[in-house]
Design a protein around this ligand. Structure first.
Ligand code: 4NP
Length: 160
C-alpha cells in the first residue's frame, strides 16, 4: 500500500522531472521503504504528451545506472490534492503550479529547498544546451534526493 507520494514537475516532462522520478525511484528501491512510496512526474505543458524522456537525458542517466521510464503527461489540478509532495524544478514551474491550484493539500515547493545554498534555486532547463547541462541536472537532483526521501519517510516505520 502506498503511504507517501511525490510528484516532480518541470516544463515538458521529458528532461528534468523524469530524472527526478528515476533518481528517487532508484533510491527508494534500495531503501527499506520500497513499495511504500509512489514516485511520478509531470509537465506544466502537454506538448510532449506520451513521449519517453529525451534520449540525451536517458543516456546521461544510464551512465549513472539510472533508468528513466516515464511517459510525459501534463500536470492536473487534482495532482496537487493526490500527492503529498509536489516538487517544481524552477520558479516558473512553481508559479504555474500555484496558478493551477491556489489551495493545494500537497506541500508544493522548489526541489532546491532540499539543497544547501551552494546550489541555485532553479534546476536549469537543459533542453536547448549541450551534454554538460544534462550532467548538471543529474548532479543537482542526485544531491537533493536523499533529503527528499528522508522528508517523505520521517514518520514512517522502517518496514514501510
Ligand atoms: P524539461 O525540458 O522541462 O526539463 O522537460 C524541456 C523540454 C521541452 C521543452 C522545454 C524544456 N520544449 O520547449 O519543448
Amino acid at each position: 500500500m502506498t503511504k507517501r507520494s511525490v510528484l516532480f514537475v518541470c516544463l515538458g516532462n521529458i528532461c528534468r522531472s523524469p530524472t527526478g522520478e528515476g533518481v528517487l525511484q532508484h533510491l527508494v528501491a534500495a531503501s527499506p521503504w520500497a513499495g511504500a512510496i509512489k514516485v511520478d512526474s509531470a509537465g506544466t505543458i502537454g506538448y510532449h504528451h506520451g513521449r519517453p524522456a529525451d534520449s540525451r537525458m536517458q543516456r546521461a542517466a544510464a551512465r549513472r545506472g539510472i533508468e528513466l521510464t516515464s511517459r510525459a503527461r501534463q500536470v492536473q489540478a487534482a495532482d496537487l490534492e493526490r500527492f503529498d509532495l509536489v516538487l517544481a524544478m524552477d520558479r516558473e514551474n512553481l508559479a504555474d503550479l500555484q496558478r493551477l491550484h491556489p489551495a493545494p493539500t500537497a506541500k508544493v515547493c522548489l526541489l532546491s529547498e532540499f539543497l544547501d545554498d551552494r546550489w541555485p534555486n532553479d534546476v536549469p532547463d537543459p533542453y536547448y544546451g549541450g551534454e554538460d547541462g544534462f550532467e548538471y541536472v543529474l548532479d543537482m537532483i542526485q544531491a537533493a534526493c536523499p533529503a527528499i526521501l528522508a522528508a517523505l519517510v520521517s514518520d514512517l516505520p522502517h518496514d514501510g
